[in-house]
Design a binder for this molecule. Structure first.
Ligand SMILES: *[C@@H]1O[C@H](CO)[C@@H](O)[C@H](O)[C@H]1NC(C)=O
Ligand SMILES: *[C@@H]1O[C@H](CO)[C@@H](O)[C@H](O)[C@H]1NC(C)=O
Length: 423
């Protein structure tokens, strides 16, 4: 009897490792891309004809606004066609910038087209690109993750166009490094140095967050943590915000540095930043790995406070950008239950499962249901609560939740553990 029990036991642990491995859920960082570019491009030039009462549809500013609007609506072809239809001799810089911006907003970003627009502007008659043009161009390169090209254009814009890069241009260039595949941490750090030391620019938290994101995405938690520490301590640097902390937490999760993760999560909360989905999920991965049931239950309560993340970064989509928490989701429940399982708190696991069933988090799928129930089954397996395990299986049947192989492995493991505990 014993060898069978033992092999079931082993089977359970082997499977549960696979099932409970931290998923990439906390690492889907999005990327810093400027929305402020468009605001800048559409507010720089004042109307010139003096008749504001009824602008003609052919007025240059009306055309520029239309190109920008089409770009924002994702009608890239219409936006670019409209730009192409404008007589080059009368084209304005606002129209050009709106066209480049439309390339940045396209999915995927239209790199070749944007570069063509800027290069043509230099060789043919037409508006002379300004710093907003390059802000928009960098945004195109950032969205496409073209780090080398972004860095090359920092030189080109100065040498060939006589335009000095500003803060926004650097922010976008750094996010290009973060978005690159693989992320270019060294380049991002060089750009930070170059912008601040060489060019004397003051980068905001957006630029620094892009560099932290590059490190996080590259799995270089040391660089991410060092940069956070500098932001916390050096007065010349912007103070870290919730995005900075959230990104560092995901870097720690990616590199399995659970204790440090909880340390920075505590620091984040001390500084008054609410938990967002990304931070909560990262913390729960740590609780799950370390079997910290009580702390996981605490994070679950925090998730229920429905913290809405404050956007501090002027319309930028920043790495690991916070989604407002609308209560815990299925992933949160699964992680809390697994943390309870590993922490030996099977009654808590069942209580959280009951809560999950009552709450029925938005967007929870039937797969989520199986995963949450299987996590609870895992708690009973750890505790050898085989009767409860069969009761849970019956409950699944009643609710038409179809158990899968992992659920049965956990059920068998509950029996196996019970036999071991009894002998
Ligand atoms: C402004 O446009 C309106 C309508 O097109 C026109 O009647 C009016 O004379 C214009 N005024 C000036 C100052 O151009
Ligand atoms: C069982 O279902 C859960 C949730 O969908 C899934 O994560 C797990 O991988 C499945 N196990 C197997 C062995 O298919």
């Amino acid at each position: 009897m014993f060898p069978v029990t033992a092999s079931l036991f082993l089977l359970f642990f082997r499977t549960s490792r696979v099932v409970d491995r931290p998923t990439s859920v906390c690492l889907h960082a999005t990327h810093p891309v400027s929305d402020s570019l468009v605001t800048s491009t559409t507010t720089t030039t004042a109307p010139t004809n003096g008749n504001r009462s009824r602008p003609s549809p052919n007025a240059p500013d009306t055309i520029a606004r239309t190109i920008a609007r089409l770009g924002r609506q994702g009608k890239t072809d219409a936006a670019l066609d409209l730009w192409a239809s404008v007589d080059r001799a009368h084209a304005t810089i606002r129209q050009l910038n709106a066209a480049v911006d439309a390339c940045a907003r396209a999915r995927p970003a239209r790199v070749t087209h944007a570069l063509g627009l800027v290069e043509t502007a230099r060789t043919l008659a037409g508006p002379v690109p300004n710093v907003y043009t390059f802000g928009a161009l960098m945004s195109v390169l950032a969205r496409a993750g073209k780090a080398e090209q972004a860095v090359a254009w920092l030189d080109t814009m100065q040498d060939k166009y006589g335009v000095t890069p500003n803060q926004v241009v650097y922010h976008a260039a750094i996010s290009a490094c973060s978005k690159a595949d693989p992320p270019r941490v060294d380049m991002a750090m060089d750009l930070l140095e170059r912008a601040t030391r060489t060019e004397g620019l003051t980068l905001t938290v957006v630029g620094y967050n892009a560099a932290v994101s590059a490190a996080a995405r590259a799995g270089d938690a040391d660089v991410a943590i060092r940069l956070l520490q500098r932001m916390e301590t050096e007065p010349a640097l912007p103070k870290p915000d919730a995005v900075t902390y959230g990104t560092v937490l995901s870097a720690c999760a990616k590199t399995f540095r659970w204790n440090e993760l909880l340390h920075y999560a505590a620091r984040m909360q001390e500084r008054g930043f609410g938990l967002d989905t990304l931070a909560a999920t990262s913390m729960l991965h740590a609780c799950q790995e370390l079997g910290l049931a009580a702390q996981a239950l605490h994070v679950l309560e925090l998730c229920k406070l429905d913290v809405t993340y404050q956007r501090r970064t002027a319309g930028w989509l920043v790495a690991g950008r916070k989604q407002p928490l609308h209560g815990p989701d299925a992933v949160v429940y699964r992680l809390v239950i697994t943390a309870c399982a590993r922490g030996g708190a099977w009654q808590d696991a069942l209580r959280v499962l009951r809560e999950y069933i009552e709450v029925q988090p938005e967007r929870a799928t039937s797969e989520d249901d199986v995963a949450v129930y299987t996590a609870a089954m895992g708690a009973l397996a750890h505790a050898g609560e085989w009767k409860q395990a069969f009761f849970l299986l019956e409950q699944m049947r009643k609710r038409a939740i179809v158990p899968n192989e992992s659920t049965f492995v956990a059920l068998l493991a509950a029996c196996a553990t019970a036999m071991i505990l009894r002998s």
